[in-house]
Structure formats: structure tokens, C-alpha cells
Design a protein around this ligand. Structure first.
Ligand SMILES: [Zn+2]
Length: 470
């Protein structure tokens, strides 16, 4: 059998995946969401790819220490340290505090994960819980001479890291020449903020003391600081979306490797975009229109229909979203259930040579850089064979430990558990918070009762109000 191999963005080729001798736990870090808005289904495609990776590593018998960060500070509207802070912008848009915005969207995000049957990471790490670690990393870089100060922050001096352009194969000459105009006080266009000072004229909701003055960390520094704190100086796999390669991951490598003198990650893996069928464009929050999982559910789709849709394309290929394609994934999942539902509860040990052969082929497919489309083909082939029912049932369960399609549960056409959309819940909870602030208990109770009657339970806690389906 071919050994487990993954395409490594760093080398631009498929490499055999092994761990350093004596180690059986994979240290994996995945860049998570900036919790200022709902995740769109394009973002979710990336987390589905990482879930397939997570499940495949486990299928291969590895232990896994999987960290996903929650960015709740420092991510500006441009990845290059310009524009507004996304969290503060989200707060202004919704009239909430940044902490409420973060708590609300973090919860909405986790709800999406559950609905898509994405495995929980070992640790969710919030950027604001690791401010001292981020400051420490900047201090190390400063001591080693990799930083300089401008009037608005502490910057990483990318010219001092000669390999800066290698990871993303950047045309550095042109890049540096082309953007000379809007560089501000930066020495080179590829330099980036490690610590930003709070603007003198405005009070930020999120800011901290530091050796350089009151401010907040840059977005890139959080991932390096948390990955190193939680997983060590060299991690096994770092993943994210392809949009992270040029700036975010390039900067993570630069600052981490300059701080430690060691390679930051052994494998870098990136999921390709979801494109919108009609325009062929990348789905983006900045254009204002994007599809959420809740919206798909309101239109009568089961979240697992979307999961199967995402599984039909290899993670390194573009996937075009159209409603027709989602509809056909829904039909495929239904017809799959017609074949697998009758097998539920019938699993027996696999003994026949044919069943063992199918299992080996499946393992090889997923181990070949997560060739899930091929693995789905193998499942369909197995269901057509006449190997004993019990063994077939076992193979379905075995394969589904990677697919995550819940083929062990009878298919019920899950309509949303409530007629209230997530967006509406947000509005109602916000109205209730406002009512409570003005001591209008009658109104606040009325909203609680309305939500309750429509299947939503709310709870007030130190980080604001959270909700769940009853
Ligand atoms: Zn990151």
C-alpha cells in the first residue's frame, strides 16, 4: 500500500507524511474565523477540508492535537495592516460591544461546525486569551533585531529574512516596487505590523498595555504565538485557505522562524476556494452578499447535503457553487441513505478477502492526499457488490468515520429546528439586551418568551447572551 501522503504547499509536491521518531500525536494548527460576522459557505468549505484531514489522520491511527484559533482582535479589513479593525467594525454595524460581537459570532460559528458534523478541535484558542504570549514573541523579535518602530506601531523588517518570498514564490522585486506609493512609514511593502498603537484620538474597545505603548497585536502574530504556545516551536501540519498563503502564512513563517531559528511547520496544507457558479467569483463578506449555512437550511437543505457537495470535489480544486449542484448533492445523499439505512445495526466482522480489499482501497484513496471523491466512488462500488450484508454494513461505518455523513443514522429530512433564522435571533437578542439595559423587564421577558415559543432558549452569562435550539 502507498504510504500516507499530502501535498505540501512549502515544497509544491506530494510528500510522504510521517512523524518524528517516537511521536504518535500530530500537532496541527488551523487558522480559524474572525468572529465579526457569520461564516459563509466558502469559509466552511475550508473547515470541511480540515475535518477530512483530521478524520483521515485518525483513520491512520494517529493521535491528534488540533488547535483552531478564534480571531477576536487585530484583523484589519486589509490583510496588510490597513483599514479598520474587523471586530470594531462589526460592533459599529450591530450596535453591540466588541466582546458581545465576538461571543455571538463564535457561538454561531460553532453551531455551524456541529451542523456540518465537523469534529471539534482539541483546543479552540481565542486571540485575546493570549495577549502576553503575543507581546513576548514581539519582544523576542525586537531583541533579535527584526523589528522597527513607526508612529503607528512595531513592524517586522522583512528585508532581514532573506527567505521571505520563498513560501509563496512571490515576485518580490515587483511587489516592493509596485506598492511603494502607499507604504506609509514602512521600510518595505512586505513589512507588517506586530503591534499597533491605539489611535490617539479614538478609544478602542480592545487594547492592552505593552512595552511599546497601549495598543493591540497584529493579526499574523496571534497565530504564531498560539501555535507555539499550544503545540511547540515546530508543528507537524499548519493549514488554512489558499488565500492565506501570500500574506498571512508567509508572515507567520517569517516571524516564527526568526524568533526560534527552527522550521515553523513541517507540512503546509491549503484548501481551495468555493466559487459562485453564476459569477465564478470568490465568495466574500466584503461584497456584502454571501450564503450562510442557515440560509441553505431555510431553503430546505440539510447541512449534510452541503457536506456531501463539498466532498465531491478534491480540496485542492476550485468548487463551483450552484443551487442545482447542491440539489443534486441532496438527491445523492438521499439515494445513498436508501442503500445504507437498511444496513444499520447489522455490522459484523470483516473476514472476506473482497471486503478487506475494498477497505484497503479506501484507505489508500484517503491517504493519497485526501482523495475523497475517489473514496466516495469506492463506497458506491461496495454498495453494488454482493459481499455479505454484515460486512457491507461494517464497511459503510468504517468509511463514514471519514466522510462524516452520519450514514449510521436513518435519514430524516431535517428541517431547521426553529422557524427563526440566525440573523433574526441576533436582532431579537440585541433588542432584548437593549431593553434590559433600560430596565424594561416587560419587553425583555416578552422577547425571551417569543424566542422560547419559537424553539430558541437563551441564557445570560458573563460574556453576554447566548442561545441554543431547544
Ligand atoms: Zn492564522
Amino acid at each position: 500500500m502507498m504510504p500516507l501522503s499530502f501535498y505540501n504547499t512549502a515544497s509544491r509536491r506530494k510528500e510522504v507524511f510521517t512523524l518524528p521518531k517516537g511521536d504518535n500525536t500530530v500537532k496541527m494548527y488551523a487558522c480559524g474565523p474572525t468572529v465579526y460576522h457569520f461564516a459563509h459557505i466558502g469559509n466552511l468549505r475550508t473547515y470541511l477540508f480540515e475535518d477530512l484531514l483530521h478524520r483521515t489522520l485518525k483513520y491512520y491511527g494517529y493521535g491528534l492535537n488540533h488547535v483552531v484559533n478564534i480571531t477576536d482582535v487585530g484583523h484589519l479589513t486589509s490583510d496588510q495592516d490597513e483599514g479598520e479593525d474587523k471586530m470594531e467594525k462589526g460592533a459599529a454595524r450591530t450596535g453591540k460591544t466588541v466582546w458581545e460581537v465576538a461571543a455571538f459570532y463564535t457561538q454561531a460559528f460553532m453551531e455551524d461546525w456541529k451542523r456540518l458534523n465537523i469534529q471539534e478541535p482539541t483546543t479552540w484558542s481565542r486571540a485575546t486569551d493570549f495577549i502576553p504570549e503575543q507581546i513576548k514573541l514581539v519582544q523576542i523579535l525586537e531583541e533579535k533585531g527584526f523589528t522597527y518602530r513607526t508612529s503607528d506601531g512595531i513592524y517586522f523588517d522583512s528585508l532581514k529574512f532573506p527567505r521571505y518570498a520563498d513560501f509563496a514564490k512571490l515576485d518580490i522585486e515587483n511587489l516592493r516596487k509596485g506598492s511603494r506609493i502607499d507604504m506609509g512609514e514602512k521600510h518595505a511593502a512586505t513589512d507588517f505590523a506586530l503591534w499597533k498603537f491605539s489611535p490617539k484620538d479614538t478609544k478602542r474597545a480592545m487594547e492592552w498595555d505593552s512595552p511599546w505603548g497601549v495598543g493591540f497585536p497584529g493579526w499574523h502574530v496571534e497565530c504564531s504565538a498560539m501555535a507555539m504556545k499550544l503545540l511547540g516551536e515546530t508543528i507537524d501540519i499548519h493549514c488554512g485557505g489558499t488565500d492565506h498563503i501570500r500574506v498571512h502564512h508567509t508572515n507567520e513563517i517569517a516571524q516564527s522562524e526568526c524568533a526560534t531559528g527552527k522550521p515553523f511547520a513541517r507540512f503546509w496544507m491549503h484548501g481551495e476556494f468555493l466559487r459562485m457558479g453564476t459569477s465564478g467569483g470568490k465568495m466574500s463578506k466584503s461584497t456584502g452578499e454571501f450564503l450562510t449555512l442557515s440560509l441553505l437550511m431555510e431553503k430546505g437543505f440539510n447541512p449534510l447535503d452541503y457536506r456531501l457537495f463539498a466532498l465531491t470535489s478534491h480540496y485542492r480544486n476550485y468548487l463551483n457553487f450552484t443551487w442545482e449542484a447542491l440539489e443534486s448533492a441532496k438527491e445523492s445523499l438521499k439515494s445513498l441513505h436508501k442503500k445504507t439505512d437498511p444496513l444499520i445495526g447489522k455490522a459484523t466482522a470483516i473476514i472476506s478477502a473482497e471486503a478487506l480489499q475494498w477497505q484497503a482501497e479506501f484507505k489508500e484513496a484517503i491517504g493519497d492526499d485526501l482523495n475523497i471523491p475517489r473514496a466516495l466512488g469506492i463506497l458506491n462500488s461496495v454498495l453494488k457488490t454482493d459481499i455479505p450484508e454484515g460486512e457491507k454494513a461494517t464497511l459503510v461505518l468504517d468509511f463514514d468515520s471519514v466522510f462524516g455523513l452520519k450514514l449510521n443514522e436513518e435519514r430524516e429530512d431535517i428541517a431547521p429546528k426553529s422557524d427563526v433564522s440566525v440573523e433574526e435571533i441576533e436582532v431579537l437578542i440585541h433588542a432584548r439586551t437593549a431593553a434590559r439595559a433600560s430596565k424594561n423587564w416587560k419587553e425583555s421577558d416578552r422577547i425571551r418568551d417569543e424566542l422560547s415559543a419559537r424553539g430558541i432558549e437563551i441564557k445570560d452569562g458573563p460574556n453576554g447572551t447566548t442561545w441554543s435550539y431547544k
